[in-house]
Design a protein around this ligand. Structure first.
Ligand code: ACO
Length: 436
């Protein structure tokens, strides 16, 4: 591309500036200028220089990243270049986690060693069980998970050696391995059930199901369709480039704490209903609506601004979220085993009406990953408040990849945005006795 510069004329001074434009893999999606280049644009010598103002990062690239590619206009999602549809069809969650973290699909030997290293780290320190007991039985499991992952940082002080690749690798295995164990502990605690030890004879998701749902049987055998469905859901949730929680992990990680502290922050960011908490919010919304005939009245409330259609809309996707399409298909496979979820009819009707309505079409609001995932999770027996926890378990691989990429990126610095100050000008302190 010739002439890869941007010419800016500052009408305050009449001065002209030429700013370089650079590109990522695809010039159409990744053309950018460096915001710091705007600093030369000033009215007087002692001016700070021009800032770019972007609340909510609507148009700011915070990093260069080689992990995940999204084309929101066309509904495309790829991890390391591989289409999400092919990974969901042919890969496993742990293989996808390897891909996301290492950049390439593993060989057989690399995969075996990766899986063994993760399954060998699934046991959690006994102190974690005592920590769980400190939580009330109805504590939200996301709050419990934030606390438990934060507590892991106190158990592994060497995790602070973040620039030692071997130490980093060990704690990456450990975090991917222990998230399901902690999630299961939180669930069993809420039910007053004894904790189930991890079983390394089972797959990653099979073991997770066993730690959650095993009761008196000697060996828990997960249903293969449900085990695979959960694995596919985990693949779909494994990464999603610079979303709110990945940004939180990168931002916290940029001050160089251990990865447990950064991931605990990621879980906290995920918890909110506008992000990973949306799957829980969708289920509560569908339950509140109750039946198909109530859908038109609910849509009218959404259009009147009284409520939001949870599970719809996305900052990046202005087209059907490709993950939602896969999840919708998966739902029927799961229902073949569990029986259908009556809320599916409500969801289908919501989608049908919304996709014909100008309010949603004009704002490019389509179902996102959270719209159908909760219906599947509920059919599989997960309580509603565990839904965002499942998201957090799966997203751990992506968070760790984003964290590691940030650490190894020589251009990254401590994340410290600027502001446009709009407060009071300098004024002298007024003693209390003189204030009216
Ligand atoms: N229901 C109704 N209206 C909506 C919705 C929705 N779900 N989402 C956006 N809108 C409307 C807004 O009111 C706004 O309308 P206006 O222009 O008339 O004011 C317009 O669409 C643009 O919405 P914003 O909130 O500015 O879009 P933004 O990119 O900031 O937010 C978000 C994206 C947070 C995902 C939003 O669509 C939303 O709240 N959706 C529901 C929650 C949800 O499902 N979150 C999960 C996202 S996927 C994930 O994080 C895993």
């Amino acid at each position: 591309m010739g002439n890869d510069t941007l010419t800016i004329i500052d009408n305050r001074t009449g001065k002209r500036y030429e700013i370089p434009i650079f590109y990522g893999t695809y010039p159409r999606y990744g053309a950018a200028i460096r915001a710091a280049d705007l600093r030369q644009i000033r009215v007087a010598e002692d001016d700070f220089g021009l800032l770019s103002y972007d609340p909510g990062f609507l148009n700011t690239a915070s990093c260069k990243s080689a992990i995940t590619f999204i084309d929101g206009e066309r509904g495309i999602l790829r991890y390391r270049g591989y289409p999400i549809e092919e990974l969901a069809e042919q890969s496993t969650y742990l293989e996808t986690a390897y891909l996301i973290l290492h950049g390439e699909l593993p060989t057989r030997a690399q995969l075996d060693s990766w899986v063994q290293n993760i399954l060998a780290h699934t046991l959690v320190h006994e102190n974690l069980k005592r920590l769980m007991e400190g939580f009330h039985y109805d504590a939200h499991p996301m709050g419990v998970l934030i606390g438990a992952v934060g507590a892991l940082s106190t158990l592994y002080p060497d995790a602070k050696e973040i620039f030692d690749p071997e130490v980093r690798q060990r704690h990456i295995w450990r975090l991917i391995a222990q998230m399901p164990t902690l999630a299961a502990l939180a669930y069993r605690h809420s039910r007053g059930l004894p904790y189930v030890l991890p079983d390394r004879e089972l797959s990653y998701t099979g073991n997770f199901l066993a730690m959650l749902f095993k009761t008196t049987e000697r060996h828990y055998t997960p249903h293969p369709v449900l085990e695979r469905a959960l694995d596919v859901l985990f693949i779909l949730h494994a990464d999603h480039e610079q979303n709110c929680s990945a940004n939180a992990v990168r931002s916290i990680g940029s001050s160089h704490p251990d990865p447990y502290s950064a991931i605990a922050g990621g879980i906290a960011a995920l918890y909110g209903p506008l992000h990973g908490g949306a799957n829980e919010a969708v289920l509560r919304m569908l339950t509140r609506i109750g039946s198909k005939d109530k859908v038109p009245a609910f849509i009218a409330d959404v259009k009147a601004g009284k409520t939001r259609l949870m599970g719809f809309g996305h900052r990046v996707y202005k087209h059907y979220d490709p993950r939602a399409r896969i999840i919708k298909r998966l739902a029927y496979e799961v229902f073949g085993v569990t029986g259908t979820n009556p809320l599916l009819d409500v969801a289908l009707e919501l989608e049908r009406i919304a996709l014909e309505d100008d309010y949603f079409l004009s704002r490019q609001l389509f179902p996102n990953v959270d719209f159908y995932s909760g219906i599947i999770y509920q059919a599989m027996g997960f309580p509603v408040d565990m839904f965002p926890v499942l998201f957090a378990v799966a997203r751990t691989a992506g968070w760790l990849a984003q964290w590691e990429e940030m650490l190894l990126d020589g251009e990254q610095r401590i994340a410290r945005p600027r502001q446009v100050y709009t407060g009071a000008d300098l004024r002298p302190y007024v003693p209390l006795a003189q204030r009216g």
